[in-house]
Design a protein around this ligand. Sequence first.
Ligand SMILES: O=C(O)CCC(=O)C(=O)O
Ligand SMILES: [Fe+2]
Length: 505
Amino acid sequence: MAPGLLDPETVDIAETRPSKKPRTSVAKDFQHDDDDVATALPSHPLGVKPAGNAYTASENIKSRCGSFASLPDELLSHVLESFDADTLIRLGSTCRALYAFTRLDELWRALFVSSPPTDFTWRGTWRSTYLNIPTSHTTSIRCPNLFSDILYRPFQCAHTPLSPFVSNIPPSNAIPRFSNLTPEDYASNWTDKPFILTEPVKQWPVYGTWTPEYLLDRFPDVKFRAEAVDWPTSTYISYMHAQSDESPLYVFDRLFAEKTHIASSLSTPSAAYSSPAAFGPDLFSLLGPHRPDSRWLIMGPARSGSTFHKDPNATSAWNAVLTGSKYWLMFPSGHDTPPPPGVLVSDDQSEITSPLSIAEYLLTFHPLARNTKGCKEGICHAGEILHVPGGWFHLVLNLADSLALTQNFVPRKKLPDVLAFLRDQRSEVTGFNQDVCERAYELFVERLGQECPEILAEGLVELERRAKGRRGKWDALIKGDGEEKEQVGGFSFGFGGDDDDADIP
Ligand SMILES: O=C(O)CCC(=O)C(=O)O
Ligand SMILES: [Fe+2]
């Protein structure tokens, strides 16, 4: 997710708990080397240039903004975040430099989200939309001799061609593609690996029918959740077709089936779509009405997508592209595996910190990511479905306007990971109703015990085996015994796979 300057409180009020969207905070101190990313770009609409150009310029008009001139650009932009629209407009009319600083569209996006107008028309930018200025009346005053990365970088990230990052995928990184898999093959060989299936989605009634235009035609007034706002389809599609955000607003709606009244596999066999048989039974379905959020409709323009995250509750997922195409960058995780380059994970695994936007990540870290052990990359086209193994980090970029469906599930082979997560990372458990959240582990164990005790027993035995393995490793380390160290080094914590993310019980 790319939360940008969106108010997290607004998000929390509207969603019971954060669901599939990751809890991501913004790293403020990544350094950028603009030489690395020099590409043919249109010039900045206000004529702003990157900061480095100031060294050879005869003047810098930032010096003309009175006391504000002494503030570093980043601090100045933070100060501006605390101003209301009227103050921004008045300040922006005092000099060209402050005009440019107060035009940063992220400021206006934050104002919009914190107090959305009840009735509005999308007018191409957040500022024009918030102030209800028709495009034909929008001013644009040139600001030559202004040199600022804070102003230039969002423009660069919104316009740099991203195709170089998604092409020439090294064969060793390529996500495998199959027409289909049997449930047996999936269970035996693929629960811990990403792959793309090219066949099943093409059989779905929604494939070839559901497109952004179809949604516009059939459900123009239905509101879908896009990050912190709920917009009618008609408004969102206007936005999608006329915006140039660095991190475009992304529809991620967990109630789409109810809102559109489509029949899905969760309710009827004559479904508009259904989970491909390859993935086998979903153990979370045993929770019935208590299961956590599990399916989402995803829609966004080219360059929208999801920044690095792992899916909730250690679940696995499939992601089916109905229109458009998506580039996936994926990494396994585990106790001895560092997070992907440029991604920081807090000790308790609850906070993932990565650069603000997908474009910024690709511009800064992609070459390193591509050469990092475990990296998997692939493009999932319309009519194809990608498997996200539980515990894998993934970043996703839409290569064109896109509509997709995703569903999270618990395959039998990944039950120990999910049990461990629910039991040991209780504060990170998400997507359940508040009253179930606290006792999700106990409820899941109870239902498994009632419905399929042998699967529960198998899962608990594996949890115990992992606990013993960890204790053994610890004992060996503190004893410092050479022979034992050897043994521990060769020990596998995996459960049917080598990318295991076992937690210390
Ligand atoms: O389509 C996307 O943006 C990715 C969504 C996602 O993270 C998922 O399906 O797990
Ligand atoms: Fe995800």
